[in-house]
Design a protein around this ligand. Structure first.
Ligand SMILES: [Zn+2]
Length: 206
């Protein structure tokens, strides 16, 4: 791609770093911004810079948060005895959208995947086990994807907390979960949370 302007080339190259954005799309977006009022670009860059510089992870559940303890963890109306284990913040958002879950979350930050070199120590598993062992947790709900990595992760955590006697359950299989959790329709996802099954039963089915 030949550019008539160094400034244009620089902006396109940066935009094209984003996933799914090729150089042609990057050029279209950059030209669009040039046609908009200057402040539009300023709002965009300020929002991105602020997000990048000020975003925190909740010290309790590890989800993205503006403050030390997120609005879910700090909400006394939530049931702090029920923890839903998810992979990332998109899953929290998807489940929150169903309005069917009143407990709290624990965001692992990924799944155990030896192929990708991701072991349990790279995920927020230890803090979950600690929480189960030291606070009055009654139930842990696994809401990871039903992939091999998801199953491995569930089972690993299950083994760690099995002897605490805490109830473990998993959201009903056969619906889109995990990678697709954010795309599952709210009614289906909400129903699968309400009709969750004991984790031990899901093991027998495999
Ligand atoms: Zn939190």
């Amino acid at each position: 791609m030949e550019f008539s302007s160094k400034l244009l080339e620089q902006a396109v190259n940066e935009m094209a770093q984003l996933p799914g954005i090729g150089k042609r799309t990057a050029l279209r977006l950059v030209l669009h911004l040039l046609r908009q009022p200057q402040e539009q670009t300023r709002f965009l860059t300020e929002a991105l810079t602020q997000m990048r510089e000020q975003m925190k992870f909740c010290t309790s559940c590890h989800t993205l948060s503006d403050v030390e303890v997120c609005s879910i963890c700090s909400n006394p109306a939530r049931n702090h005895h029920v923890i839903c284990v998810v992979e990332d913040v998109r899953d929290v958002m998807a489940i929150e959208n169903t309005q069917q879950f009143k407990g709290i979350y624990h965001v692992l930050g990924g799944k155990i995947s030896p192929i990708d070199g991701i072991g349990p120590s790279q995920l927020h598993i230890a803090s979950l086990v600690e929480k189960v062992k030291t606070t009055a947790v009654e139930e842990v709900i696994f809401a990871l994807s039903s992939t091999m990595e998801g199953d491995t992760t569930n089972f690993y955590i299950y083994k760690q907390i099995q002897d605490t006697g805490v109830k473990t359950s998993t959201i009903a299989r056969g619906i889109a979960v995990g990678d697709e959790l954010e795309y599952a329709d709210e009614v289906t996802l909400g129903r699968s949370i309400l009709h969750r099954i004991p984790f031990e039963n899901s093991l027998k089915n495999n």
